[in-house]
Design a protein around this ligand. Sequence first.
Ligand code: PLP
Length: 307
Amino acid sequence: MATPLQYLSHPLLTQKLVTLAVLREDLLHPTIPGNKWRKLKYNLQEARTQNVETLVTFGGAFSNHISAVASAGQEFGFSTIGYIRGEETLPLNPTLQHATSCGMQLRYLSREDYRLKDDSAFQAQLLTHIPHPYLLPEGGTNLLAVKGCTEIVTELQESWDVLCVASGTGGTLAGIIAGAGGEGHIIGFPALKGGEFLHAEVTQLVQAYAGQAYDNWQLQTEYHFGGYAKHTPELLTFIQDFYEQHQILLDPVYTGKLLFGVFDLIEKDYFTEGTRIIAIHTGGLQGWTGFKQRYGVGWPTEEMLSV
Ligand SMILES: *Cc1c(COP(=O)(O)O)cnc(C)c1O
């Protein structure tokens, strides 16, 4: 089934003579939504081929990736171990509650140890007593994840001029660039402050996967709202208005910042008349429950989150 593409109607779009559609990757899979399913798909196949017993990965306490790997383990019959950054906090937040309810074993790493998560000697030490492990890096970004993300583009039925996507590790952006194969223009919106570092990361991932470089992409690094998982009242108001107008719920870490940025660029005449823009809804809605608790906000309602 092709991911639904939802065209938005908005006075700004009429005024600027551009079209904007949201690719609803958030609806792709019920428990492993959005780009996390794209990134896991070929890794899960590979794990099965290797007769793996246990998926092992890393993430922060509110990580969409941790949540997705826990769900995937339960659904596809792998044990899962999540190495979580920082100390255990009880009661567990909703992300980690979900993870343990799927059977994920949580192990905590101090912030110093967590920095070693990509170090091979450190990894070997972590894996010593785990039978048949399969290691997924933080955020799930590796070349099989890039391969999965190429399909976001290759499965698209409609024509487009510009694809816009939120970026954390840049794996999804790299897959989209590779999948587009030089066609159109692609814009990544880093959710982290100082997102310029992604330029080198993404270039390297694309080169490793596709065996060549493309230059039809760029980063818009000004829409991080203070940094990763940071937010402002302006961002939350935007997300609420967006829901009212289009009945699409965005998340506060990635896709809210993305759509805010896209509308801001349209407002600033960044796109020429006639440009057909697609913004990719990469999911991330599981993060809302923890976000609401943490910041004491009542929106979005349970009902909005359950659909
Ligand atoms: C993980 C995630 C991203 C970032 O994906 P990368 O491949 O790490 O850049 C974007 N949006 C959502 C909703 C995510 O959960």
